[in-house]
Write a protein that binds this ligand. Structure first.
Ligand code: HEM
Length: 336
């Protein structure tokens, strides 16, 4: 993909040696230990890392674009329950479409464009050879169900939350790359219920504070946060539904000499946006995977991830599903 996607000052040494998958990776740790916090910050703020930087775009497109969208389509074909839209969320879905397509065109003018006159819209996406005219709000004017269509244009998973009765409700989504949860199970739940299984956050009021913050967002406001776990292989679909397909890899990788290439740090860059017309909260989850072998090419990352993994309390490691291999991963990183 084009080099102008890197818009940070990159240390000269790193720029000449490291590929974009490393220089643009949103490495999430700022200390040698990690705990949950209400880590929400304004979107679009540039972040510098030891290898380069990230964060100046809302909708990140990288060299995996077509492959990941192909994977999403295949997941949906096997399991249509990854798409959920409760009937009252239809206006929010259209709000998401008419909010995100212009942003994507602004951020990627070399491959995308969006024009709108009244409700008549034209969307061009040269990565898909797509030139589409549609009418905002008219489902039949799109080539697919509206949220499916949006999910075929952006790499992010999508969730939409309705605000009522002084709470947020997860009432729609297109989630094919969940980190060990299930949209089909969670749809219709309140924000606090969705976070029920997460350890520590309830005692520490993290989720109630986050919900309060989100409920106060003004139309058009955009924030973001990161979250992380680990994954064996470049598998994006680690949802509850496919657990039997990927769970056993977590034991097998421990003694595999190829562990540094197989184990990936999985970072979610999550955006939180108050949609301007429907008032819904749009939650975007963009998943990035980087192998330990690649992480180790940045010495500061190698050491920091090694220490974070060694120090992480057992309840958090257990919840993240990394207990079996985190010691082996940490030992390899710190031996470097
Ligand atoms: C607004 C939309 C959001 C949705 C739909 C959402 C959804 C989820 C889901 C489904 C999980 C996995 C729960 C499970 O194991 O079943 C999760 C985990 C989590 N969420 Fe959220 N979340 C949102 C925003 C936030 C915000 C703003 C915070 C701020 C603190 C947050 C903090 C967390 C934490 C700490 C975890 C545990 C992650 C881990 O250790 O891997 N979430 N979230």
């Amino acid at each position: 993909m084009s080099t102008n996607l890197i818009d940070h000052a990159i240390p000269q040494e790193a720029a000449t040696i490291l590929p974009e998958r490393i220089t643009r990776f949103p490495f999430p740790f700022s200390a040698d230990s990690y705990r949950y916090s209400t880590n929400i910050e304004p979107a679009l703020k540039p972040v510098s890392t030891e290898a380069g930087g990230w964060g100046t775009r809302l909708l990140d497109i990288d060299e995996h674009y077509l492959q990941e969208l192909g994977e999403r389509a295949a997941v949906l074909q096997r399991d249509p329950s990854r798409l959920q839209v409760l009937p009252h969320m239809r206006p929010a879905v259209w709000d998401a479409i008419t909010t995100l397509l212009p942003i994507m065109a602004d951020e990627h003018p070399e491959t995308m464009s969006f024009e709108r006159k009244g409700d008549s819209c034209r969307w061009q996406n040269r990565l898909h050879n797509l030139d589409l005219e549609f009418t905002a709000g008219v489902d039949a004017s799109l080539p697919a169900e509206p949220l499916l269509f949006l999910g075929s244009q952006i790499q992010d998973d999508i969730a939409l939350l309705d605000q009522r009765e002084n709470a947020l409700w997860l009432d729609a989504g297109l989630v094919t790359f969940a980190a060990d949860w299930s949209l089909g199970f969670d749809v219709g739940m309140k924000f606090l219920e969705v976070h029920g299984p997460v350890p520590r956050v309830h005692d520490e009021q993290i989720i109630t504070r986050a919900q309060q913050f989100l409920m106060n967002l003004q139309p058009g406001e955009k924030y973001r946060r990161t979250n992380w776990t680990m994954t064996v292989g470049r598998r994006l679909d680690t949802s509850t539904e496919t657990y039997p397909e990927w769970a056993q890899d977590r034991s097998a990788v421990v003694t595999d000499p190829a562990l540094p290439d197989r184990l990936h740090l999985r970072v979610e860059v999550q955006h939180l946006i108050r949609l301007p017309h429907s008032g819904a909260i749009l939650f975007l989850v963009r998943t990035h995977l980087l192998s330990l072998a690649d992480i180790a090419r940045v010495p500061a990352w190698r050491e920091r991830l090694g220490r974070v993994l060694a120090e992480l309390p057992p309840d958090m490691a257990g919840y993240k599903g990394i207990s079996r291999y985190r010691e082996a991963a940490s030992a390899w990183l710190l031996a470097g």
